[in-house]
Design a protein around this ligand. Structure first.
Ligand SMILES: O=P(O)(O)OC[C@H]1O[C@H](OP(=O)(O)OP(=O)(O)O)[C@H](O)[C@@H]1O
Ligand SMILES: Nc1ncnc2[nH]cnc12
Length: 175
C-alpha cells in the first residue's frame, strides 16, 4: 500500500473509560507497532511542515517524544524535550497546566532553545490544548519563535486549537 492510501484512524484503538470513566482514550500503540504505518505517519507530517523552515522540533513527554523525535530526524533538525517536572538534570524553567484528566507541571532546559530559533511543536494528540499552550509558553520564555504545530490526532470537540491562536495546526486524524 502506498503511504498516501493509509487511513491512520484504522490504526488507532479507542479504549472507553481510560484512565477515567467517560474518557475515550485514543491508543496509538496499535499504530506505533506497525512499521509502515508509523513511518507513513511521520512522513506525512514531515511533508506538511517542511516548508516552515524549522530549526528545532519540541515535543512533550512521553507520547510527544515518539512523534516529535522521529519527525525532527526526518526533517534533519534537533529535538528539544519538554518533560514533566523533576526529570531534567540541568537548569530549567517550569509551568503548570490542566489536562483532560488531571494536572501536571512541564519543564524545559534553559539551553534547549536558542533565542530566535524557529520551533515546531509536535505531539501525538491535541485535546484541551493545555499541554501545547504550556509548551508554547515555555518555548516563548526561552526566546523561541513558534512557526507551527503538528499532531497525529486532534480531538476537535475539545477545541484545543483555539488555544493556539494563529499558530498553524497540522493533524492527520480528527475525532
Ligand atoms: O491537549 P491536552 O488536553 O493537554 O492533552 C493532550 C496531551 O495529553 C497526553 O499526554 P499525557 O499528559 O497524558 O502524558 P503521556 O504522553 O506521558 O501519556 C497527550 O500525549 C498530549 O500530550
Ligand atoms: N482522549 C485522550 N486519548 C488519549 N490521550 C489523551 N490525552 C488527552 N486526552 C486524551
Amino acid at each position: 500500500m502506498s503511504e498516501s492510501q493509509i487511513n491512520f484512524k484504522d490504526y488507532i484503538r479507542v479504549i472507553p473509560d481510560f484512565p477515567q470513566p467517560g474518557i475515550r482514550f485514543k491508543d496509538i500503540t496499535t499504530l506505533l507497532k506497525d512499521g509502515p504505518a508509523y513511518r507513513a505517519a511521520i512522513e506525512e507530517m514531515r511533508k506538511a511542515v517542511e516548508h516552515l523552515k524549522i530549526d528545532v522540533v519540541a515535543g512533550p513527554e512521553a507520547r510527544g517524544f515518539v512523534i516529535g523525535a522521529p519527525l525532527a530526524l526526518a526533517l534533519g533538525v534537533g529535538f528539544a524535550p519538554i518533560r514533566k517536572s523533576g526529570k531534567l538534570p540541568g537548569e530549567t524553567i517550569e509551568a503548570s497546566y490542566d489536562l483532560e484528566y488531571g494536572k501536571d507541571v512541564l519543564a524545559m532546559h534553559k539551553d534547549s532553545i536558542q533565542p530566535g530559533q524557529r520551533v515546531l511543536i509536535a505531539d501525538d494528540l491535541l485535546a484541551t490544548g493545555g499541554t501545547i499552550a504550556t509548551s508554547i509558553n515555555l518555548i516563548r520564555q526561552l526566546g523561541g519563535e513558534i512557526v507551527g504545530s503538528a499532531f497525529l490526532i486532534e480531538l476537535s470537540y475539545l477545541t484545543g486549537r483555539e488555544k493556539l491562536g494563529d499558530i498553524d495546526v497540522v493533524s492527520l486524524v480528527t475525532y
